[in-house]
Design a protein. Structure first.
Length: 358
């Protein structure tokens, strides 16, 4: 199984270097009768191009003759749980019918839902990328409407819940995303550029979602200003770096950028996630303390970035004692009730939360 993620830099440039290295390692160890399943999301044409060629060149064997090659990407949406992922149908494709049959049997053992077999690999690659692009566009619209809600004094999550409760035929508004936008859209945009095709909506959506990072900085600055504190020399605790709630998962793509940006602005940053040890966080380059209390102690502001159950149970009365008053809460995932936070004396800000009283 090849699960190495594709890397994209801050400018959206795509690199398959890590995937190529993984293929070389796999290729040097496979034998006749082996089956290789790629679960990383890749661009269109990569399975039968770069990956197939690298495996064949390294192993000296032929795909479809000596060993099988299949594709069944592992997709995780914004703020999904592992249970959500298990219940999703899995797309699967292979370079030959025998490999497709074997791969389907394997994938069926790890998913609670059916698998959807594609006629060919490129169709599967396109289907996966198009799903991600659709999600990206939906998030961009949600982020724009959320900004309107903030200015108009409307609570976006309440609007979303009302739409869901009414069971409207209109598609539900996408979940907001500030630090976890699906950057795999760049896999399509790179191919689009090579073909000389113009896809305006995905490009604009990607630009809007990348700008949400600036919105997070703006919320932090605004909340601190309300507290009578400058951003420089402020102590800020970032809570949650895991992309999936309640599990140790890949890190939110823009977490490191947020830490670096705040530190450059003179902020003393601490990072905490209950699913990563302080040693692991330190090894990854994140400043941290031993536990949640120590990370929030003396903080001017906390930024909640992942909806872990632990953060939903934050004791606001205790929190206001250990933080440096007046203090701010930036809730990017909607786990804190705004009114309760403000009753306890906190300045509250959140994406789409047009409910601020201070």
């Amino acid at each position: 199984v090849i699960a190495t993620p594709i890397k994209t830099d801050e400018k959206g440039n795509v690199s398959y270097a890590n995937v190529e290295k993984a293929c070389k390692r796999v290729g040097s160890n496979i034998h006749r009768g082996s089956l290789v399943i790629v679960v990383s999301v890749v661009g269109i044409g990569i399975i039968e191009g770069l990956i197939k060629e690298t495996l064949e060149n390294t192993s000296g064997l032929k795909v479809g003759v000596d060993f099988g090659l299949a594709y069944s990407p592992f997709l995780i949406g914004v703020e999904q749980t592992l249970e959500d992922v298990k219940n999703r149908k899995r797309i699967i494709a292979a370079t030959d019918k025998t490999s497709l049959k074997k791969a389907s049997a394997i994938i069926k053992t790890i998913t609670k839902n059916d698998v959807v077999e594609a006629e060919n690999v490129k169709t599967a690659e396109a289907a996966v990328i198009f799903q991600i692009v659709q999600q990206d566009v939906g998030i961009a619209l949600a982020n724009e409407l959320a900004l309107f809600c903030e200015k108009k004094g409307i609570d976006y999550p309440q609007v979303q819940r009302l739409i869901e409760a009414s069971k409207s035929d209109i598609s539900l508004l996408s979940r907001l995303s500030s630090l976890t936008p699906p950057r795999e859209t760049y896999l399509l945009l790179e191919e689009v550029e090579n073909l000389g095709v113009k896809l305006r909506i995905p490009v604009v959506a990607r630009e809007l979602n990348e700008e949400m990072f600036k919105r997070v900085i703006s919320l932090i600055r605004e909340a601190l200003k309300t507290c009578g504190k400058p951003l420089r020399r402020a102590k800020i605790s970032l809570l949650g770096i895991s992309q999936t709630p309640n599990t140790k998962d890949s890190i939110k793509p823009l977490t490191k950028k947020l830490v670096r940006t705040l530190e450059r602005k003179g902020v003393k940053v601490r990072v905490y996630d209950p699913y990563f040890s302080s040693h692991e966080l330190t090894e990854m380059g994140y400043p941290t303390k031993k536990n949640l209390t120590e990370n929030m102690e003396g903080a001017d502001c906390i930024v909640i970035m992942t909806s872990h159950e632990r953060f939903k149970r934050l004791n606001l009365k205790r929190l206001k004692v250990i933080m440096k008053k007046p203090a701010a809460i930036i809730d990017l995932v909607g786990v804190v009730e705004p009114n309760k936070a403000e009753v306890e004396g906190f300045t509250y800000r959140g994406l789409g939360r047009g409910v601020k009283k201070r």
